[in-house]
Design a protein around this ligand. Structure first.
Ligand code: CA
Length: 543
């Protein structure tokens, strides 16, 4: 029917519909505004959505050139994006221990993912302090700290690294087995807990994904996404490490040499059931056969591996982004959005082919910086971008401060509440200390520490056989390709940074000798392992 042929009756009907919808919308808006106003008076709820190894280079709001993340971007659009969020030690378990305690690795007892680490759950953590202040607390998903979680009313975690498909999990100490895709299962369990919680109390929910950790196993629904496109390569994919030292030349984390057949989906994970495996065969077999026939060599082979890797990585992120959307929708639909702090962060950054690498660990930009987005409509204006130098070390102080709980003096970070509300304090940090310990270990990245300010980075590889300093001018060399440590024109800045490094090490109480957990010999067995439910299979977590 064209508009011209509409009868008078149908036009009138449309007007009545329009007025009715407008009236209902107005009532709904009034109701949600008053509910939100009432709710915003109490302490805020906290939803901490945490992923594993999600590079900021793969988030739309951070300017990704390779994928879209509409739901993550929504947090940034409706809240604050932090451009400079650092981690103190760029690896999975240690980052989690820092976030729980607000203390550097040398003080929280979890410096590496090695065989000797068990997070000491008897120590002070922010979930315990929130729980004592009347919060209901829950953690769902990847925990990765070996001992059982403490300070949570509800914990439902993956043992160790966890599986992408059909994951065994531990539900408050009891082993359970789920069927399906882990990112979706973690989201379902998180929403179920929200729905069944005690609605008279504020809550802390830590929703912690395994994705997009190695070996990047996508959900069936995304297995064919990106099939028709070629993802742009980073321009340092074929880095030869000239201009840098021994540590860069002896690492074992290149796409070229380190990736396994399982990483590349040339063999499939053993956790798939028959139906899932069928879908994987349908998605990968033809490409794998073509790859084997082509017998690629040299740069062509690296390029093929990069495409396979990055597409699977982005497919895993598609599920994480979808999960974020489901959580935001739940908060909206239940009148919780206004006074709930929603945080999205990863445990560290990740290399998406920069320097030829995958993985993390280094004090270089892509691994030391992590995505950090915060939405809290009651206090944060939409669309804010902060350049302040912040860290995972600041997360617990921030959560405690926003909840009105006093921040213990022995935590080493600082509450971000003023920054979230639009004012960076004049005495905010302008330098940051980093320390990585896991050598010997997977990927053979040597121990190092260093300091960064708004322009320069100074780092010390201190093990005797590779002892070497590096310094980078991030303004002149943002891709960190040439150390200027020995360049006399940087002598003044170098001396300033050396003094600042010494000051930070003293202030942060960094011991001269590395923490005892890191000083065992390779192959030496760890202590008896308990926790995470009866008969749980225990092994040292990998990165
Ligand atoms: Ca990680």
């Amino acid at each position: 029917m064209t508009p011209r042929s509409e009868s008078r009756g149908s036009r009138m009907f449309c007007w009545i519909c329009y007025l009715a919808v407008a009236a209902l919308s107005a009532v709904a808006a009034l109701r949600s505004e008053s509910a939100a106003a009432a709710e915003a008076k109490g302490p805020p709820n906290i939803v901490f959505i945490f992923s594993d190894d999600h590079a900021y280079q793969a988030i739309g709001a951070y300017g990704s050139a390779i994928n879209q993340t509409p739901n993550l971007d929504r947090i940034a659009k409706e809240g604050m994006l932090f451009k400079n969020c650092y981690v103190t030690n760029s690896i999975c378990g240690p980052s989690r221990a820092v976030i729980l305690t607000g203390k550097y690795s040398h003080l929280n007892g979890f410096p590496t993912n090695g065989a000797f680490e068990r997070f000491d759950g008897a120590q002070q953590t922010f979930p315990k302090l929130l729980k004592a202040a009347g919060y209901q607390t829950a953690i769902v998903g990847k925990w990765h700290l070996v001992s059982d979680p403490t300070g949570f009313d509800y914990w439902h975690i993956l043992p160790g690294q966890g599986a992408y498909y059909n994951p065994p999990m531990i539900d408050n100490g009891k082993q359970v087995k789920h069927t399906g895709y882990t990112t979706e299962i973690i989201t379902d369990l998180s929403l179920q807990w929200l729905e069944g919680r005690d609605k008279t109390k504020p809550f802390l929910l830590m929703c912690q994904h395994k994705a997009p950790h190695r070996s990047w196993e996508p959900a069936i629904k995304y297995l064919n996404k990106y099939d028709e496109v070629t993802i742009p390569e980073p321009d340092t994919l074929f880095d030869d490490y000239s201009g840098r030292g021994k540590a860069e030349h002896t690492q074992d984390m290149t796409i070229e040499k380190t990736m396994t057949e399982q990483d590349l989906k040339l063999v499939f994970p053993k956790t798939l059931n028959a139906e899932q495996e069928k879908a994987w065969h349908a998605a990968y077999d033809a490409e794998n056969e073509a790859f084997r026939k082509a017998n690629l060599q040299g740069a062509d082979l690296v390029r093929w591996k990069y495409q396979r890797y990055i597409k699977d990585y982005l497919r895993c992120i598609d599920s994480v982004d979808e999960s974020v959307g489901r959580v935001l929708d739940y908060l909206d639909k239940n009148g919780l959005a206004e006074n709930t702090i929603v945080v999205y962060a990863a445990d560290q950054g990740f290399y998406l082919g920069e320097h030829g690498w995958f993985d993390k660990r280094w004090f270089y930009e892509q691994s030391v910086k992590t995505p950090f987005l915060v939405r809290w409509p009651a206090k944060i204006k939409p669309g804010q971008v902060s350049e302040a130098m912040v860290a995972n070390l600041d997360f617990p102080e921030t959560f405690l401060d926003t909840a009105g709980v006093s921040v213990p003096g022995d935590m080493q970070g600082r509450s971000l509440l003023p920054i979230l509300q639009g004012t960076t304090p004049p005495d905010w940090r302008t330098t940051f200390y980093y320390h990585y310990y896991e050598y010997p270990g997977p990927h053979s990245v040597r121990r190092h520490y260093g300091v960064i300010d708004s322009r320069y980075k100074l780092m010390n590889f201190y093990e005797p056989d590779v002892a070497e300093w590096e310094m980078f001018d991030l303004q002149a060399d943002p891709k960190e390709l040439k150390s200027v440590y020995s360049d006399p024109s940087y002598a003044k800045e170098r001396a300033r940074l050396e003094a600042e490094l010494a000051r930070l090490r003293a202030e942060l109480k960094v011991p001269e000798q590395d923490p005892p957990q890191t000083l065992r010999k390779p192959g030496q067995k760890g202590p008896g392992q308990k926790g995470q439910g009866p008969k749980a299979k225990r092994k040292a977590p990998q990165a």
